[in-house]
Design a protein around this ligand. Structure first.
Ligand code: GAL
Length: 670
C-alpha cells in the first residue's frame, strides 16, 4: 500500500460535494466543477449520503450519475474522495428490515429517521453494506481520479437490540475466557448482590436497567464492546473496498474528542486519519478555542504519528452550534493553516454548496444560495487554496515532538462515570488542555497520545488525571522514567485498573509509588467557595477542586499547602527514580503553578521555547514556522532568527508584527 501522499503529493483542498441533491438542476451540476477550479479546489468528497440514488430499489444499482460526477470533476482537475454510503441508509431498507434500525437506551426501536443510526451488528445491514461497497469498488476501484476511500461518516453511537446484547455477551465470554468468576471479580459484582450466575443475565447499561455509574466495570466493558463492534463494522467495509484494489488508501472521518468510541482502535485500520473540526470561533474565550483545536489536531496526528487530513471544517458559519456566527475576516485562513501547521495534509470543508432544503441549508458553504463563485467566503476559500499550492514542499512531512501529553478515552470514560471526587464535572478534558496550554503558548510541539502508546523517544511525558491505568501502562511508565525520561503526574493518578478496581496498597498503584516516591493517602474535593493555595519558592499559587494529602517516601517536597488541616503538607514533589525524574502535582492549580513547573522542566531539558504575547503561538512544520495570532488586535512577537514570509517575501529578523487573527508562514532565510 502506498501512502496516499505518494498517490497525490499535494495538499488536498475541497469539500463534501452532494450533487445527488441537485439532479433536477443540470445547470448547477454543470457549473460546479468550473467554480471549484476557480476556488483552487482540487478534491471533493463524493457520495457520502448517496445510497438512495445508488440503490433506489433493493439490489438495483445505478451508477450512471456517479460516473458523470466523477468524470466532470476530473475534467477540471478535481480528484474524488469516494465515500461508502453506509452512514445513511435508504428508507426502503429501514422499512423492509426492522433490524437495521437501532434500539435506543430506553429499549425502543427507532423509526426511520436522520442518519448515523443503524445497528452495526445487524447481519442484514452488514450484508447490504458489503454488497454496495463491493459494487462501488468494482466500478471505481481502478479509476485514477479516485484517490481515497472515505469509509462511511463519523462512526459513533450504540444500539441495544437483542442482536447487540448477544454480541456483547460473546465479546465478554472471549474477554473473560468463558469464566464468570473472572467477570464477577473484574466487575466487583458482589457489591449489592449483583453477582452474574449466567451469561444470559448480562444486559447493556440502559435507562430502565443498570445505570452507567453503578457497575463501572460493566459500563467500561460495554464501551469496549461498542468500540470493538464499530471497528469491526468499519474493517468489514475496508475489506470490501480493498478486495478489489488494495492500493487505494482508506480513511474514516472522526470527530472532536472526547467520544464514546475509542478512536485508537479505529485508527489502527485506516491508512490515513481524518477528522471534522468545528471550533466555536469568536466565542468569549477565543484563545481557549485555539488551544483546544490545536490539542485535537495533535491528537489526530499522533494516532498514527503521521500527517492527518482535515476532512471537514466550515468555510463560514455552522448551523448547529448555539449561535451561527460568521467567521470574521482572517479567521478562515488562520484556522485552515493552523490545521496544516499541526500536521494536516488537507483543508476540506463541509460543504461545497448550500442545499435548497433539509436541515443544513443554512450551514456555511463555499457556494451560497446566490450560486456565485464570488463574495467574501468564496475569496477566503480561494486564498487558502492558493496558499496550499505554495506549501507542497511540506505535504506528507512528519512532526517529531519531544513532549507528549496523555489523553485517553478509556480513562475519560472511567473518570467521568466513577462516583466520587466532584461528581458535577471531573473536568478531565479541561485539565488536559490547561497542561497542554503551557506548551502551546511557548511554541513547543506536543504529541497527544493514549495510554497504550509507546513512550520511547519523548523527553517529557505529562499525564494529567490519569486515574485509570492498566498494569501494562504502569510498567511502561516505570520503564520510561527508569531509562531516563521525565514524567509529570497529577492528583488522582493511577487509582484504578482498566475495570475500575482500585489498586491496593496505596495510590498511585503498584510501582508508581516508587517512581513518584510518595503515597497519596487521601484526596479532598473542594467546594467552589473553598480556598487553598500552595507555597512554592516563596510564591503563592491558588488551588481549586482537589487537594491530595501526600506522604513522601523518597520524593523531595517542592511546595506545600497553605491552608486547612493539611497546611504544611506536601503539594508539589519531585523524585529522582533510577535514571529519570518524576514530578507530582498533588492539587488542581489554576494554571500558574503547573506553568512555572513546565517552564523549568523545558529549560532543564533544553527544549526550544518562544517568549510570546498572550494568544500567540508558533508551530513548526519543518522547515516552516507558522506564527499565529488569535487575538483580535495586532501584536509584535519575538521570533529569534532570520526568516522570509513564504507568501509576501518580506524578511524578518528577530521579531514579527501580525494583524489581529493573522498567521504568517515563515521559512529560514540563511
Ligand atoms: C459533520 C457531518 C457532516 C455535516 C457537518 C455539519 O459532523 O459529517 O455531514 O453534517 O457535520 O457541520
Amino acid at each position: 500500500m502506498k501512502e496516499y501522499a505518494a498517490l497525490h503529493p499535494h495538499f488536498l483542498h475541497g469539500a463534501d460535494y452532494n450533487p445527488d441533491q441537485w439532479l433536477a438542476y443540470p445547470e448547477v451540476l454543470e457549473q460546479d466543477p468550473e467554480m471549484m477550479a476557480q476556488a483552487h479546489c482540487n478534491c471533493m468528497s463524493v457520495g457520502i449520503f448517496s445510497w438512495a440514488m445508488l440503490e433506489p430499489v433493493e439490489g438495483e444499482y445505478h451508477f450512471e450519475q456517479l460516473d458523470r460526477f466523477i468524470e466532470n470533476l476530473a475534467k477540471k482537475g478535481v480528484k474524488t474522495i469516494l465515500a461508502t454510503p453506509s452512514a445513511a441508509r435508504p428508507r426502503w431498507m429501514a422499512e423492509k428490515y426492522e433490524q437495521v434500525r437501532r434500539v435506543n437506551k430506553s429499549g425502543i426501536r427507532e423509526q426511520y429517521n436522520t442518519r448515523h443510526n443503524h445497528c452495526y451488528t445487524s447481519p442484514i445491514y452488514r450484508q447490504k453494506t458489503v454488497a454496495i461497497d463491493k459494487a462501488l469498488a468494482e466500478r471505481y476501484g481502478h479509476n485514477p481520479n479516485v484517490i481515497l476511500w472515505h469509509i462511511s461518516n463519523e462512526f459513533g453511537g450504540e444500539c441495544h437490540c437483542e442482536l447487540c446484547q448477544d454480541a456483547f455477551r460473546q465479546f465478554l465470554k472471549k474477554k473473560y475466557n468463558n469464566d464468570l468468576d473472572k467477570l464477577n471479580h473484574a466487575w466487583w459484582s458482589s457489591f449489592w448482590s449483583h453477582t452474574v450466575t449466567d451469561w444470559a443475565q448480562i444486559h447493556s447499561p440502559m435507562e430502565h436497567g443498570e445505570p452507567d455509574i453503578i457497575m463501572t466495570g460493566l459500563y467500561l466493558d460495554w464501551r469496549n464492546f461498542v468500540t470493538y463492534q464499530t471497528t469491526d463494522f468499519m474493517r468489514m467495509e475496508i475489506d470490501a473496498v480493498k478486495s478489489v484494489n488494495p492500493h487505494i488508501p482508506v480513511t474514516t472521518n472522526l470527530m472532536w474528542i472526547p467520544q464514546n468510541v475509542d478512536y485508537d482502535a479505529l485508527a489502527k485500520y485506516v491508512d490515513v486519519v481524518s477528522w471534522d473540526s468545528y471550533p466555536s470561533w469568536h466565542e468569549q474565550d477565543q484563545i481557549r478555542c485555539a488551544v483546544e483545536t490545536a490539542f485535537c489536531h495533535n491528537y489526530f496526528r499522533s494516532l498514527k504519528h503521521k500527517p492527518f487530513l482535515l476532512m471537514e471544517s466550515t468555510p463560514s458559519n455552522t448551523n448547529w452550534q448555539a449561535v451561527s456566527k460568521l467567521k470574521r475576516p482572517g479567521m478562515h485562513r488562520l484556522a485552515s493553516l493552523q490545521a496544516v501547521a499541526h500536521g494536516s495534509d488537507s483543508v476540506q470543508y463541509f460543504q461545497w454548496r448550500k442545499g435548497r432544503g433539509g436541515s443544513e441549508k443554512f450551514h456555511g458553504a463555499v457556494i451560497d444560495h446566490n450560486g456565485k463563485a464570488a463574495g467574501r467566503v468564496f475569496e477566503d476559500v480561494k486564498q487558502v487554496g492558493i496558499s496550499l499550492e505554495k506549501l507542497d514542499a511540506i505535504c506528507g512531512t512528519k512532526t517529531n515532538a519531544r513532549v507528549a501529553v496523555i489523553f485517553d478515552h478509556k480513562n475519560c470514560w472511567a473518570l467521568s462515570n466513577t462516583s466520587g471526587f466532584i461528581n458535577a464535572d471531573k473536568k478531565y478534558m479541561q485539565t488536559c488542555l490547561q497542561h497542554y496550554k503551557s506548551f502551546w503558548k511557548r511554541g513547543v510541539d506536543v504529541d497527544v497520545i493514549s495510554t497504550g502508546a509507546d513512550l520511547t523517544g519523548y523527553d517529557l511525558v505529562v499525564m494529567p488525571m490519569l486515574y485509570s491505568m492498566p498494569l501494562e501502562q504502569i510498567d511502561r511508565i516505570e520503564r520510561y522514567v527508569a531509562q531516563g525520561g521525565t514524567a509529570v503526574a497529577t492528583y488522582a493518578t493511577g487509582y484504578v485498573n482498566d475495570t475500575d478496581l482500585c489498586y491496593l496498597g496505596g495510590f498511585p498503584g503498584n510501582q508508581l509509588k516508587d517512581v513518584f516516591g510518595l503515597i497519596a493517602d487521601e484526596i479532598d474535593s473542594l467546594y467552589e467557595t473553598d480556598k487553598n493555595a500552595v507555597l512554592w519558592d516563596n510564591n503563592t499559587y491558588d488551588v481549586v477542586d482537589y487537594c491530595e494529602l501526600i506522604t513522601p517516601t523518597t520524593a523531595e517536597v517542592l511546595g506545600a499547602y497553605k491552608e486547612d488541616f493539611y497546611a504544611g503538607l506536601p503539594a508539589l514533589l519531585k523524585n529522582s527514580y533510577k535514571k529519570g525524574t518524576a514530578y507530582y502535582i498533588g492539587c488542581r492549580d489554576t494554571g500558574a503553578l503547573s506553568d512555572k513547573l513546565y517552564a523549568q522542566i523545558l529549560e532543564k531539558l533544553q527544549i526550544q521555547t518562544y517568549d510570546l504575547p498572550e494568544g500567540v503561538t508558533v508551530t513548526s512544520r519543518a522547515p516552516y514556522l507558522f506564527v499565529q495570532n488569535y487575538n483580535d488586535y495586532d501584536i509584535t512577537a519575538s521570533v529569534p532568527g532570520c526568516y522570509r514570509n513564504m507568501e509576501t517575501g518580506e524578511q524578518y529578523s528577530g521579531s514579527i508584527s501580525l494583524n489581529g487573527l493573522d498567521i504568517a508562514v515563515l521559512y529560514p532565510n540563511d
